[in-house]
Design a binder for this molecule. Structure first.
Ligand code: NAD
Length: 341
């Protein structure tokens, strides 16, 4: 099986780049990695992989990407934290072109298995009004009231996967990721998510001696955060399973944003004055991953403790920050990173 061609889209970014690294380590010999970014902008890039810089909004490019593949992991999307998705709703919805054309190409080339990365942003907003980290079960996506823009696109694309299975026999798998974090993620520039943003802000506050941090919202919002290694393991377990319905892939260790800041301050060994920007984008009040279904199907769920994952993430962002400050690297979207194995 490791001789078959595996295609990973979005491979110039965080999760898909890490998936390519992991597949290589597992001994996959034929990997095709695809991203719209020029190759020297990819976060991780490997010379023994077929690396293609292609815009997957375009159908012909999806055909080039999917040709002769056994498995397709479609993780390409326009993606970012709340600041990005609230201000770029149309751009986020345009990712529907990627999944549509990738599904069509997968059918054309008789791909055996197709993975789609959905999001907890598909869940009904009315079920996320409490700050007490409401547990979201898979059925809570309906009646549909997803996050405007990004979440609606994910929900629509999930259903497309379902109907491509029902109508065209393509084996599709859909995981709803709950906030993923870790080394090799975006950590500045506007698309970063809360854990990376907070690590960066704590590092900056410590380095500039101001000892102050700005927090978006009241800090009482709750979320769970899944470390990248759990995410990668879950993606492959789901791909290898017979699960045909969308399933949560997230940690159930929910914390408030204030608690997240506490943890990063502990790791950094500082205490900072907190300034709350109540007008900043902050998303829903509370959200947690309900993991009964994944436990039932896989007898497994993400379990890496937040503190442990944050220590590794903080250390990586600290190194990146030091590299940037000393002129060794530019903005994350513009520097070439080297493989980490
Ligand atoms: P990322 O932004 O690091 O990676 C996405 C990649 O897709 C980028 O490198 C981008 O250049 C590429 N891309 C965008 N448009 C493209 C196009 N037209 N053609 C080819 N490539 C294109 O984001 P990520 O965090 O690695 O997310 C990966 C997937 O997981 C996305 O589908 C995202 O919506 C989903 N997801 C992520 C999280 C999270 O917390 N990171 C949570 C829920 C869902």
């Amino acid at each position: 099986m490791h001789e078959d061609l595996v295609v990973v889209t979005g491979a110039g970014g965080f999760i898909a780049g890490s998936l390519v690294a992991s597949l290589r380590q597992q001994g996959y010999k034929r990997i095709r990695a695809v991203d719209i970014k020029p190759l020297d902008h990819w976060y991780q890039r490997f010379d023994d992989v077929e690396n293609l810089s292609l815009d997957l909004n375009i159908k012909e490019n999806c055909e080039k990407a999917a040709r002769n593949a056994r498995d397709v992991y479609n993780l390409a999307a326009n993606m970012g934290g709340m600041g990005f998705i609230e201000k770029n709703k149309a751009l986020c919805m345009l990712s529907v072109l990627i999944n549509t054309h990738m599904l069509q190409a997968a059918v054309k080339y008789r791909v055996a298995r197709y993975f789609y990365s959905s999001s907890a942003c598909v869940y009904n907003g009315d079920k996320q009004k409490s700050f007490e980290a409401p547990l979201l079960r898979e059925e809570d996506a309906y009646p549909a009231l997803a996050e405007d823009g990004y979440g609606w696109e994910k929900l629509f694309s999930e259903r497309m996967c379902r109907h491509f299975h029902e109508d065209f026999g393509l084996y599709t798998r859909v995981a709803r990721f709950h906030n993923v974090y870790g080394p090799w993620g975006t950590w500045f520039g506007g698309r970063e998510k809360a854990p990376a943003a907070i690590c960066r802000k704590v590092i900056e506050a410590k380095e500039n001696g101001k000892h102050e941090i700005e927090i978006w919202g009241s800090g009482n919002q709750t979320r769970s955060f899944m470390y990248i290694d759990d995410c990668l393991e879950g993606v492959q377990k789901i791909m290898n399973s017979q699960i045909l319905e969308p399933i949560n892939l997230g940690s159930a260790e929910a914390v408030s944003i204030n608690r997240l800041v506490d943890l990063v301050e502990d790791i950094a060994g500082v205490r900072l004055n907190r300034k709350y920007d109540l007008d900043a984008p902050q998303g829903v009040n509370g959200r947690n991953s309900e993991n009964t279904l994944i436990q039932k199907y896989l007898n497994w769920e993400p379990s890496i403790p937040l503190r442990e994952g944050l220590e590794k993430t903080y250390a990586w962002i600290y190194d990146q920050y030091r590299a940037r400050e000393s002129g060794r690297a530019g903005v994350v979207q513009e520097f070439v990173t080297t493989p980490h194995d």
